[in-house]
Design a binder for this molecule. Structure first.
Ligand code: SF4
Ligand code: MG
Length: 330
């Protein structure tokens, strides 16, 4: 009931345009197609799926950087999907984002001090000496030497640049951050450091994260719960521990079996589920269960019946698969 964020039937559909001057609508891309989930204060929800599944669009639609074509996004009980102008701008201050690529998300011509303080100026939160002190405090908070304040992004490593992006996001005291693959572009040796920093900051500041990744191994340790997305829909959502030890959707099982296990003995013994084919085009999704052309357990009903709903199977675990839902013996 006291969710920080509640997403209700969120949809982002784009028309596919065709013909001379693209004047004809030839179909619809359902990039995000009916998502429901909530996020509690201080919680991290991992959002995982292959590229093109709609996870970045989901993050952008929550922040209203892309306007949803359907559904509602409640932040602190207020519906952002119906908000505009100054009211929306003030809500957005509380919701920041960190992108995948610190190389392109930072303006190369601005000093670190100006990058980190820009949101403070935009929202008129601090100026002069107070602003300077706030920036130094933020740099320390993310583990950077405040003496670097007059340096430029190119003088930093990838991990340091992501720290600068985090400091910038934190400058306006947000409650919620969409982290869109924030460590995917970093060296493996640096990834853990940035994740640890984000966890420390979460504890210290009470932040909530939507942590987007294409790989289940990355979100494992940072997420309280994980949602797995396929072709614009959530196919499984559970507490992390449950999802990793008892994955029920064949797609989740396949994603998990693709993670290498460092121990060669276990690695040799376990069954791998190989996914056949590529992700189908969201402009022309398969009938029935969207996953059926790639599913190792496909049944006739998967092609013929309407697509499976995301259903509660107990233990705060939700799955959208005929196999699982029929086993519940409803
Ligand atoms: Fe596989 Fe059928 Fe379940 Fe879809 S509904 S995931 S095709 S078993
Ligand atoms: Mg993406």
């Amino acid at each position: 009931a006291n969710s920080l964020l509640r997403v209700e039937n969120l949809q982002v559909h784009f028309p596919v345009l065709q013909g001379f001057l693209l004047q004809r609508t030839a179909g619809t891309i359902k990039a995000v197609d009916g998502l429901n989930f909530a996020l509690q204060p201080g919680e991290t929800l991992g959002l995982v799926g292959e590229s093109g599944c709609g996870k970045s669009t989901t993050g952008r639609a929550i922040l209203q950087l892309v306007r949803p074509t359907g559904g509602n996004v409640y932040f602190k009980g207020r519906n952002l999907a119906q908000m505009e102008g100054e009211e929306l701008r003030q809500m957005r201050r509380q919701m920041q984002t960190i992108f995948q690529d610190p190389y392109t998300s930072l303006n190369p011509r601005m000093t670190v001090g100006n990058i980190v303080s820009e949101p403070l100026i935009v929202y008129q939160l601090a100026k002069g000496k107070e602003k300077q002190e706030r920036v130094e405090e933020l740099l320390k908070l993310v583990g950077l030497n405040p003496k670097f304040i007059n340096r430029y992004p190119h003088e930093f490593s990838g991990g340091q640049r992501q720290r600068i992006a985090i400091a910038r996001a934190l400058s306006v005291n947000p409650d919620f951050i969409v982290c869109d693959e924030p460590i995917a572009a970093l060296d493996v040796s640096i990834q853990a450091q940035v994740v640890n920093l984000m966890q420390d900051l979460q504890e210290e500041l009470g932040l909530s994260y939507l942590f987007i990744a294409h790989d289940l191994s990355i979100v494992r340790h940072i997420s309280d719960r994980v949602a797995v997305m396929y072709l614009g829909k959530i196919v499984e959502l559970a507490e992390s521990q449950t999802l990793y030890t008892n994955p029920l959707h064949p797609y989740t099982q396949a994603l998990l079996s693709a993670i290498p296990i460092p121990n060669p003995e276990i690695e040799a013994k376990r069954d791998r589920i190989l996914l056949e084919g590529d992700v189908p085009s969201p402009a022309n999704p398969p009938c029935g269960c969207n996953f059926h052309p790639r599913c190792p357990y496909v049944m006739d009903s998967c092609r013929q019946d309407p697509e499976p709903f995301l259903q509660d199977v107990g233990n705060a675990h939700q799955v959208a698969c005929h196999l699982v839902n029929s086993e519940q013996g409803v």
